[in-house]
Design a protein around this ligand. Sequence first.
Ligand code: IMP
Length: 263
Amino acid sequence: MKKFIIASTNEHKIREFQTMLKPFGIKVVPYKDVIKGQFEIEETGATFADNAKIKAEAICEKTGLPTFADDSGFCVKDLAGFPGVRSARFAEEVGGYDKAFEDIKNRLNGKCSEAKFVCNIAFAVKGEKTVQFEGKCYGFTVFPPRGENGFGYDSIFVPNSFGRTFAEMDDAEKNSISHRSVALAQFIKFIEKLTKEAEKKTAVKPLKTKATKVDAKIEESIPVVVEKEEEKIVVDENTFSVEVDEKFVAPEVPFSSESDEKK
Ligand code: IMP
């Protein structure tokens, strides 16, 4: 099983990634399990892509292990993409998600707006260029919030073509359409491609040299010798064997059966 470090402390996210990557033989280990002591990463980027890269590269540098990070958030179209990269911080600053929902509702004057979740995944391997994948899930806002599952802004977001919020869906349903699963699908494709290329490199290829052809010809010209060994009858590999030759005489085995005795 491959082991990738995830540069996140968000338990919901970690669980979602663990569930989605397990079928591909990838074990997702939170970086806090590997790096002991205090190690915080500041998300100073202006975009989801910048922040994902900062996080993945910082942990990869520290651990030397293949590391991925995602940066994600909720963007409300009529609020010019707010809260966007500040999704987590905004909720914290106003005193929790219920307050954040109320704030967004007020900013929208109670109107519904188109919205999207965005997720960018960065995958860093020491000595390699970091690769990135982005997924989006489009929908709209709803108030009041609905549903108990999920986390963050799940309860005020209804994805297009669905009548329910993310928080009204179970993990499997959300994972089948979420921004994270779209980004992850691209990440998995990339991993599969890498794995196949690595397998090709290590596979033993049949030699197609002149020497091989010569060897084959030599083999063809050697008469087949049937070894005497073939006459060896192995009665039971673990007990004994009987050599068959002209002098071999089957032993007289005395027997008496019921029918013989009656004769
Ligand atoms: P990050 O951990 O810096 O990527 O912050 C992501 C924040 O965006 C979360 O703390 C949530 O507030 C929000 N967010 C991202 N993905 C989701 C999701 O799937 N559902 C609900 N909120 C999300």
